[in-house]
Design a binder for this molecule. Structure first.
Ligand SMILES: NC(=O)c1ccc[n+]([C@@H]2O[C@H](COP(=O)([O-])OP(=O)(O)OC[C@H]3O[C@@H](n4cnc5c(N)ncnc54)[C@H](O)[C@@H]3O)[C@@H](O)[C@H]2O)c1
Length: 340
């Protein structure tokens, strides 16, 4: 069967996961339009390997007029919506940007997409909308119980998308990935923070006793799953995207220290994040059985390669760390960076 080629508009395509999606979609031959506000988290360097193979608009998704102009000009068949404020710790300090982009921006994008008759809309949500679970795994029909301002804003966006599906028959699909890791992640997130501090032989802050559990998914597996929902997903459905690979934060820190041959004495336990969810775990049978997706990257190998990537791209990593230090100095003094 010949593969269908689409014109796809990606929001947040200069971000960590969005850029991997763009890189993969370009390889598949899709025509790509990237819309990104280039906040502190966005960086076009992530797309340098596909330079010249996508159209770029530096635009705020909450600006309805500008989004309409782009949609009228580009006429994409599908929209994949990654753009968001994504750092939990920052949402705890100030949720206003999270409400603005994750809720307001999504609503404006939905309005524009409906008006323009977009044929398929993939809304990238998160496992965090379910809240925490001590035993078992979240299935797609479970009630949403978000605990942080970040996850509350993402859950609100999910409800908006669901309402558009129900009220207007809007052709949307919601995906809920677990914690992603891999190259190009901004060093306010857990894994690049650990790697940076370990390379520099600095103390590594770990919340509480580091027993919180996360399900780690490599970005290449996540982006491939999003492509699968775009091509084969059922309108109106929700798909969890998880690796089933659960790991305690402390175990992950020790793995990275071992790869970098650094002492475990660098680990420093710090006061827990307020409202810190203890464990997330997804049941991903639906996407595996219906869309024939499964994760390919072995966790240990994936972490090893990720550490190697940050070592090889240390200049980028350090530039981002320095940028962050200056950028947030005026706003707040971070005590620790969370795992997402
Ligand atoms: N990183 C994870 O582990 C993870 C896990 C599950 C779900 N998600 C979701 O996946 C999506 C992407 O996450 P990420 O880690 O790549 O985030 P990221 O912070 O790396 O990237 C977000 C991108 O969105 C852009 N952006 C922010 N506000 C915008 C606005 N108003 N208009 C246009 N662009 C804007 C930023 O410039 C950036 O390029 C998010 O929706 C996030 O909630 C992330």
């Amino acid at each position: 069967m010949r593969k269908k080629i689409y014109k796809i508009l990606v929001t947040g395509g200069a971000g960590f996961i969005g850029s991997e999606f763009v890189r993969q979609a370009v390889k598949q031959g899709h025509q790509m339009v990237v819309v990104d506000k280039l906040t502190y988290a966005g960086d076009l360097a992530r797309l340098k390997s596909v330079q010249g193979k996508f159209v770029f608009y530096k635009t705020d998704i909450a600006d309805l007029q500008k989004v309409m102009i782009i949609l009228k000009k580009e006429r994409p068949r599908a929209i994949v919506h990654f753009a968001a404020e994504s750092h939990v710790d920052r949402s705890i300090l100030d949720a206003s940007e999270f409400v603005y982009t994750n809720i307001g921006g999504t609503q404006q994008l939905l309005t524009a997409s409906r008006e323009m008759g977009i044929k398929r809309f993939i809304h990238v949500s998160t496992d965090e909308v379910y809240g925490e679970i001590s035993r078992g795994k979240f299935k797609e029909h479970f009630p949403l119980n978000p605990n942080s301002p970040y996850s509350a804003s993402k859950a609100s966006a999910d409800f908006l998308v669901k309402a558009y599906i129900h009220t207007f028959g809007f052709p949307a699909i919601i995906v809920r990935p677990s914690n992603n890791y891999g190259p190009w992640q901004f060093p306010e997130k857990f894994i690049p923070v650990i790697i940076y501090k370990a390379i520099k032989n600095q103390k590594i802050p770990v919340y509480a006793k580091g027993l919180n559990v996360r399900e780690w998914l490599h970005i290449s597996d996540c982006a491939r799953a999003v492509l699968a929902t775009l091509e084969l997903g059922q309108e109106g459905e929700i798909y969890n995207i998880g690796s089933a690979l659960e790991c305690k934060n402390i175990t992950l820190v020790k793995m990275i220290l071992k790869i970098l041959a650094r002492s475990q004495h660098l680990i420093t336990f710090v006061k827990d994040r307020p409202g810190h969810d203890f464990r997330y775990a997804l049941d991903s049978h639906k996407i595996q059985n219906n869309l024939f997706w499964k994760p390919h990257v072995d966790f240990e190998e994936g972490i090893f390669q990720t550490v190697q990537w940050y070592q090889e791209n240390f200049t980028w990593l350090e530039r981002k760390v320095k940028f962050l230090e200056n950028y947030w100095k005026q706003i707040y003094k971070p005590t620790h960076e969370g795992e997402r």
